[in-house]
Design a protein around this ligand. Sequence first.
Ligand code: GLC
Length: 552
Amino acid sequence: MAPTDARDQEWWRSSVIYQIYPRSFADSNGTGVGDLRGITARLDSLADLGVDAIWLSPFYRSPQRDAGYDVSDFRDVDPLFGTLEDFDAMVARAHELGLRVVADIVPNHSSSDHPWFQAALAAAPGSPERARYMFRDGKGENGELPPNNWESVFGGPMWTRVTEADGTPGQWYLHIFDSSQPDFNWELEEVRAEFDDVLRFWLDRGVDGFRVDVAHGLIKADGLPDFVQADDEASMGGGAATQSPYWAQDGVHEVWRRWRRIVDEYDGDRILAAEAWVYPLDFMANWVRPDEMHQTFNFGYMETGWDAAALRAVIDDSIATFGAVGAPSTWVLSNHDMIRHATRLSLGEDTPQGHGVGPETPGLPDIDEGIRRARAASLLMLSLPGGAYLYQGEELGLPEAVDIPGHARQDPTWHRTEGERYGRDGCRVPLPWEADGPAYGFSPTGDAWLPQPEIYGVLARDAQLGTEGSTLEMYRAALRLRHELGLGTGAGAVTWDETPEGVLAHRVGDVHIVANVSGEPFPVEGEVLVSSHALEDGMLPKDATIWVRVPE
Ligand code: GLC
């Protein structure tokens, strides 16, 4: 049963949801890859941290060519992560601890190992089996050219040619991502009905909602017209202005309305949260209209640099724009696709989403400086009204792992671009739980599917727990206070104080939140509730945020 308490009523409007990346959270059996039992065993520490819910990246059956976002059975757990019984036990334990559980669902594509795709390969062009995916004849005299010029998000063409059953070169299939991730044909009722059933399968098992992968994909423009994504645009980005034929087509909203009706049939206020990389925010707000999803990840906020004026603008815009459709804004700084914010906010140069950083990247920040800024950014984020998302490890201040040798890298981006883009492995490195444990407490054998940097030992959870001033203690205090003081609640605009350039200050009742982004040291008075950096002679230096109580 889902947790029930006073927060039940539309709990998602102000919740803090913690993203677990199962491969890298905790490994119970020493394979070097995290698993469900590992998660269950560590759930107490998340309840102790003070989050409301967990969102798990995919744990379904998968050949793991895109770290589980390539699903071959949507109704089973991959043996790498455990069994359905392990899943049930995990959900039961989470609910016992008052944590809701959000699953990740991946509707845009399946794995090429999925029985439907295998059947499509074996069947003839024009067959019902092929109709479930996006098969097309090639161009050129013998069909030797791809059907159009689209480029995969991970680099290289978005099409792969198959060999027909008689051994001749045949049709092409579309894959927005890796060639092992063929796109479904969402025009087909059979595909829609299949996903209705998958949703019910997990809702019946007790999940409290879904994070919906690539929620701006699924539907493609009629005729699949040629299109080139601008170089300076995030490869996942679709917007009202760019009119990409494979992102953000109107037809997706029909699907989300259908899904909303399904989750609404269940008790306990279950949610849908969209991963929709669309711009600008008022276009993104279409995903959270009252009969569609509950939340959408605010990537506009995530992609805003550490700049006071820009932050204030995106915060105001987000609250107003989502508010206009009756939805809460969300806030997020890190996830499994982005450079961790302890590195990203201090990078000398902008890096497009998904490209990652590595040893040759110019302008890599000093680690201490990066962490300091990240703490300030997190404390500002947690003061804002709406839902917040945390990504595992940010509560420890983990920076991006930069020095991963080429042979150890696993992200298909790295391989498909022949090392030109580092990809996303640097934010996916297994968590450090114990400074002195094998693989820093991640696995009993010391194995870890990606190498952990030494700094992870210093930042291990047990080294921070109970240590005054640690990042973990800052998050614990902030989450407790946020809840007690109702900081995330209230849909109204943020009331900003007059402040000098580079400083942001707002208040919620008698609590004043001051973020000195890049300004001169700024005087702060009042009872200190939590801070990312201690006051220096009553002044808040730059790259620091503080919450104080000032009697009215
Ligand atoms: C989403 C996921 C990403 C994955 C992609 C393809 O963007 O967050 O990790 O590679 O979808 O499923």
